[in-house]
Design a protein around this ligand. Structure first.
Ligand code: ATP
Ligand code: MG
Length: 603
């Protein structure tokens, strides 16, 4: 059985640690798939660019020494033109190869990001409710957007600049040493200092970026929640309150970002300090050599300085790459976390070819809790038998675990212990797809999607014909009001179905579930916004049209369930009574109380 582990990971200021072992590099590698050629070509062309570029100062030295001379003899125009031409050709070659490399890197990194996003999205789709509960929505959004962008940029950097810098460094060092070995010792002494400085900055900045990302999660959560509940916000005139809240969240991000950047800004001046110290030393000692005419010509000094520039530039680039990798490690770990989250409801023990025989349901000693722990059980020792084709009502106070009970049937959550059986078999024996095809459920918090009514209904079954759609809508008592719209079934629903009434939305959701032609149909408080007469018509239609389908109706109103074959009374996670309306009125105190209180309401 899947282990229970629900833990909110988005607690705000807990110390941030990243376990590098948790980064699934394999997953990231597999995202290159389909873009292998540009991924290889980008560094190849950058190598070509570097090689071409690195010869330029060398040719420059010849141009100065052989063409221009030292100002004492006349310049030799032939030599100037010759070396000038070679330099031009090299520069042009570097330009072309550089541009090609940039192009390939862009193609490769965009493709990489596409694959990664798709992978993450697929992972999220495979999540169970419990998996989703573990991450906040906002955090998932940051992981699929900001984090992926970070990784994409670093990937681009890795296949371009990460190749360019070390090669440039090696070639330039070799060239500089070939010009003057002793002078080269200057930067060999200074370079380690620079590297140490960079590493220190990296170590300090790493956790700060982790914090920053969490703030982003926070902001996305807030934003999303606010947008989804914008009507509630307006109804309660809470705009100012929400604006103030958001201002705080945004200021939080600003603070976190400034804190991280404040450290980062030191890296560049430190590197520059090293660079210029190096330059001054080279010009000082090298200039002396040239003036004394011992061991170095003016052209050589000139190209030596160019090489030093290139060497230090490549070190600076390496520094940037390191900082970037540090930052990206956070993103990589966060996305890995999503990729490696194992869907705790899966087909691992399923019999691939098993079909659901009928709509019978049995609960055997079922215990269930959303979180681990004996005292956190929401359902306690539930035993229940429902025959195929029965119409069953469930009633009980709010929070008595009615929704929890029925959510176990299509395996939206798995039991903590005991077993749920459908069609005589443990539901874990079926493939999830097979099971959920047979069990349709209208959730208490139901949603419609933007698109036409027809598109929404077809969600239940892509291949449903127009006749089937109308038939389902008729049973759900939705056909009449849909037909009254000018565009009928082609009416566009706004996002989340904002332009239909609450009761209409509920009926559309019922129709959507009916189109699946399920063996078990569960309505979780799905007619709460529908008037009593329509409610009764829906049940009558169910009786007539859905013979053989097991129907479970959760309701708050006694009238919604009083004519059911069997009524289940729940209280605080246990089934207290089962029977018909008449039987329960006689025997169940809770049931009688509910009846009386609702009658009083009517009187
Ligand atoms: N996703 C969840 N995570 C943790 N606890 C939950 C979750 N959903 C419900 N609960 C808890 O489980 C208990 C039963 O909730 P449930 O939604 O099953 O009640 P209900 O009978 O359907 O109530 P209502 O009539 O208000 O819909 C409640 O105490 C609730 O706080
Ligand atoms: Mg409920």
């Amino acid at each position: 059985m899947a282990k229970l582990r629900v833990k909110r990971m988005e607690q705000d200021d807990e110390p941030f640690k990243i376990d590098i072992k948790k980064i699934s590099f394999k997953e990231f590698f597999s995202c290159i798939k389909g873009y292998g050629v540009p991924t290889i070509l980008a560094p190849l062309f950058i190598v070509a660019e570097v090689i071409l570029e690195v010869f330029i100062p060398m040719i420059m030295a010849s141009l100065i020494d052989k063409g221009i001379g030292n100002g004492i003899v006349e310049p030799n125009m032939n030599e100037v033109l010759k070396y000038g031409g070679i330099m031009l050709a090299l520069a042009f070659g570097a330009l072309v190869t550089g541009a090609l490399s940039a192009r390939f890197a862009a193609v490769a990194s965009q493709g990489f990001a596409k694959n990664l996003r798709r992978k993450l999205f697929n992972a999220v789709q495979s999540f169970s409710f419990r998996n989703v509960d573990k991450f906040s929505h906002g955090s998932l959004i940051t992981r699929l957007t900001t984090d992926v962008t970070f990784i994409q940029n670093t990937f681009m950097m890795l296949i371009r600049i990460a190749f360019r810098a070390p090669i440039m460094f090696t070639f330039s060092i070799a060239m500089a040493m070939s010009i003057n070995l002793k002078l080269s010792l200057i930067f060999i002494a200074i370079a380690p200092l620079m590297i140490i400085a960079i590493i220190i900055v990296g170590i300090v900045v790493f956790p700060l970026f982790g914090k920053m990302f969490k703030k982003f999660d926070n902001m996305n959560s807030r934003l999303q929640e606010n947008l989804r509940a914008i009507r509630v916000v307006k109804a309660f005139v809470r705009e100012d309150h929400e604006t103030e809240n958001f201002r705080k969240t945004a200021a939080d991000i600003q603070r976190a970002q400034v804190r991280a950047e404040r450290v980062m800004v030191y890296s560049q001046p430190m590197v520059q300090l090293c660079m210029y110290t190096c330059m001054v030393c080279v010009i000082w000692f090298g200039g002396g050599l040239v003036l004394r005419g011992t061991g170095m010509t003016l052209g050589e000094l000139n190209s030596f300085i160019s090489y030093i520039g290139q060497i230090l530039m490549s070190l600076l680039t390496v520094a940037m790459i390191f900082v970037n990798i540090f930052m990206t490690m956070q993103s990589a770990a966060r996305t890995s976390e999503v990729l490696s989250e194992y869907p705790d409801i899966n087909d691992d023990h399923a019999d691939q070819s098993l079909e659901v025989a009928d709509g019978s349901i049995a609960f055997e000693n079922v215990n269930f809790g959303y979180t681990e722990g004996e005292n956190k059980l929401v359902l306690k020792d539930v035993n229940l038998e429902i025959k195929s084709g029965e119409m069953v009502g469930i009633i009980g106070g709010t929070g008595s675990a009615k929704s929890t009970l029925v959510q176990l049937i299509p395996r939206l959550y798995d039991v903590s212990s005991g077993a749920v059986k459908v069609g005589g078999r443990d539901i874990r024996d079926y493939k999830i797809h097979t099971l959920r095809d047979s069990v349709a459920m209208v959730l208490q918090k139901n949603v419609l999607f933007s698109g036409t009514i027809k598109e929404n209904l077809k969600w239940g079954n892509d291949s449903a014909t127009d006749e089937e759609i109308i038939e389902a809508a008729k049973v759900a008592q939705a056909h009449d009001f849909v037909s009254s719209f000018p565009a009928g079934y082609e009416t566009d629903l706004g996002q989340g179905g904002v332009n239909v009434s609450g009761g209409q939305k509920q009926r559309l959701c019922i129709a959507r579930a009916l189109i699946k032609k399920p063996k078990i149909m569960i309505l979780d408080d799905s007619t709460s916004a529908v008037d009593t007469a329509t409610d009764a018509r829906i049940r009558r239609a169910f009786r007539q049209e859905l013979k053989g389908t097991t129907v479970i109706i959760i309701a708050q109103r006694i009238t919604s369930i009083s004519d059911c074959d069997k009524i289940i009374v729940m209280d605080k996670g246990v089934i207290t009574d089962v029977g018909t309306h008449r039987e329960l009125y006689e025997s169940s105190e809770i049931y009688r109380e509910i009846c009386i209180s609702q009658q009083k309401g009517v009187e």
